[in-house]
Ligand binder design. Sequence first.
Ligand code: G1P
Length: 312
Amino acid sequence: MTKIKNPSASIKSANRQSVKIKKAVFPVAGLGTRFLPATKATPKEMLPVVDKPLIEYAVEEAIAAGITELIFITSYSKRAIEDHFDSHFELETRLQQSNKTALLEKIRATYSENVSFIYIRQPEPKGLGDAILCAKPAVNNEPFAVLLADDLIESGARPCLTQMMSVYEKTGGSVVAVEKIAPEDSDKYGIVDIQTHLEDIGSYAEASALIEKPTPAQAPSSFGIVGRYILSQHIFAYLEHAEVGAGNEIQLTDAIARLIEEGVYAYRFQGKRYDCGSKLGYLKATVNYALKHPELADGFRAYIKQLNTINR
Ligand code: G1P
């Protein structure tokens, strides 16, 4: 992992001690309007990529990174998420009686004795920043992670959040995952100003500004934030006094920009991110995950080849 120095930003966190991150926040209260009508009665985070809902991929990533307290910011229409991570007595008994142990293992893997699941309601959809503020009573006074489940990140043996933990341990500052985006897409992302080039995958640099959804002309770089963050607890003070920003919502990016004083690092993660909040991104994820799925890969690859031949 290379650190790229940002000449214009002073290093404030060099001597700071990093504490172990144990808590992760999953904002899941959003309405999922980009995926209607599928998300009218089903939370978008419960849409499956092959055979697992998006939220479970994010939860697995967090647990692999050492998270033991999972805090979900939810709303009235998201009860399916709570049920998914709860035990299901009747189903488990039936699977046990019919000796379907592999399936039983799979559904039991959705909850674990070593981790706690905490659910907090966001009363009104006032934006991502407001959702994170709802987590304050559970997070308390320690740095924490945030995972947006509709950004599905495939990164092999070293999940994205685990990679970010290393940057956090080195810097003690807040860390946002970034990837290179097409300039015309800047108004879909939080954009970081790093005044350097993050040429290498796996490198990080100190941010000197963050802007939520700028126009291409206003964008300070082509590095967009993807849905993985490690944040200082001081963010809550900024969120408490936040004004509405882009899209008339309380934006997380605006509050992170205020953490720059204490050090915010943009990390160019290793892996591939799928924007599963969009139909095209979701389809791409489904195809790629199916092509790697142990039960489906061969049959699905043959089918894709056949389609290719027919459409040629
Ligand atoms: C949110 C954040 C944005 C970030 C994006 C990543 O936007 O506000 O800064 O780049 O997630 O997916 P949303 O996709 O909710 O509009």
